[in-house]
Design a binder for this molecule. Sequence first.
Ligand code: HEC
Ligand code: HEC
Ligand code: HEC
Ligand code: HEC
Length: 449
Amino acid sequence: MGKTITILIIFLFSIVAFSQNYKSGDDALGIFKYENFEKPEACGSSCHIDFYQQWLQMMMSQCYTHHWDEIEYFKLAVPHSEKDSKVAGVKAGCNGCHSPVAFMAGDVPPPKPIMNSRANESVSCDVCHTISGFSGTVPFNYNYISNPGKIKYGNRSDIVSPYHQIKKNELLNKGDFCGVCHNEKSPYDVWVKATQIEWKEGPYYKEGVQCQTCHMPRSEGYNALMGIFHTDVSQHLFHGAHDPGKVKGTVEVRIHPDIREAEPGEQVKFTVLLFNAKTGHKFPTGSAEERMLWLHVEAIDSKGNIYHLKVDRKGFKGEEFTIASDTLAYQDMAIPLGLSNFKGIQRDGIPIGDRIFRMPYLDPQGRMTIMQWNTASFGPDYRIGPRETKLETYTWIIPDNIELGIVKIRAILNYQKLPTPVTEFLGVPLEESEIIEVNRHETIITILD
Ligand code: HEC
Ligand code: HEC
Ligand code: HEC
Ligand code: HEC
């Protein structure tokens, strides 16, 4: 009798131990409990101290708690999902990427960040290190397959841990891994995030440069306190748009005139070259619905008077979205906010006439939106691709009252994560609209009598 029970217990244990999960995406809603996943502190308090400290500083430890994420989810996405059946799925779905453990625990919507629940763990160590694969051929919309337990998937096979088993999973070394959350399709079936797809179509993928190469740079050291020395430990920095140091210098800027000397009333044409030297995907990428990269050109005469130059039009379809103007936009926020007669708010909030490198996201009525889940189509994709060089020209008629002598022409490339008018309207902390100078260059011409 005792023997039978023992065998039965071993049998049941092996079912539990070896039962594999194959569910992913929306099918994985509620298939686990919070307790199935380890807390990041468990990984980081005595073994992976360094990685834990790095994780605390990356955006992925904050994708549920970060102020703008909280505002967009609770003020816009949740109420919208309750008013429009087309987007009903986002109430749960946002957290398939922003708080995967809450999603897999079926906690919809999870308690607000102030409640300090486990949803706050966002993308934790155990989220990434229990991913065994993804379903289908294209990674997108949280189609990762999660198998929490004693096995942790990693990039090495020749090491042991006193605490858990380690299994090498090639997927973790590849950019496709990141695509499970960094590619997103809206309920209208369009790609509202395509960082992994952009990378795969660009030059870096062909050369074997992965997302990890640039966002998890390798250096010598230890991957755990009691581990062995390695020459190539993958650092957990994941620095991106929220790290000005990563953004600065991404695009190189050079400006030159067609003639060096001119008289008042004469025309000079300046050409600006913008070379994307640093990103492995387009710039901006990811949350492109709210990112702006813009080129501001101004002339300064010898008395210090400043003249703003406006970009020459190229004449492509939808170009008006790529030149700053005082147009109103984002009218679809009226639905979740319950506003009637809402005319919208300023679209850009930057100097009129500046060239903007962006891709406008359009709602089902064709108006520009920052609610990526409400995107049905796009305007022109005028972002700068990896290693692409864009040319912009500025034709300037020299004003009659200008000071004679040397005139400096300055080209400044600025970057902003969220347009200031949106930040102010929704009460997002202003730091989210910080303007980061990516690069600048200057040239001179001489004004003769
Ligand atoms: C389980 C989902 C998930 C996976 C897997 C994932 N990410 Fe993320 N990542 C996110 C979310 C959500 C954010 C948004 C953070 C926020 O709210 O700003 C993010 C943010 C980032 C950022 C910061 C962007 C910024 O604004 O500064 C970088 C860089 C990044 N991820 C790189 C990667 C790379 C590289 C990989 C693959 C090795 C990866 N991520 C895998 C979900 C994921
Ligand atoms: C967004 C997903 C993600 C998160 C979050 C994450 N990791 Fe990783 N981790 C990876 C990837 C991907 C690799 C493999 C990198 C490579 O192939 O270069 C890795 C590698 C590792 C390694 C092996 C490094 C080496 O080179 O030997 C350890 C150890 C590790 N992670 C621990 C942690 C711990 C602890 C945490 C939490 C504090 C954590 N990871 C959070 C994705 C993640
Ligand atoms: C050749 C280096 C390189 C490669 C490869 C690369 N990135 Fe980046 N990434 C950058 C740089 C530089 C930035 C900062 C500029 C910016 O925000 O685009 C960045 C920014 C980001 C951001 C923040 C974008 C935003 O606007 O919030 C995310 C997210 C990101 N990368 C994810 C990825 C993922 C996922 C992959 C692979 C599919 C990848 N990166 C491949 C260099 C790289
Ligand atoms: C398929 C995965 C995925 C889904 C689903 C998803 N997000 Fe994200 N979200 C991301 C990633 C990845 C980033 C970081 C992108 C970047 O910085 O390039 C991000 C960034 C954000 C940001 C920060 C943008 C910033 O300026 O830094 C907000 C806010 C946000 N998401 C809200 C939402 C809301 C609300 C939903 C649901 C309607 C949602 N997300 C659904 C993956 C996802």
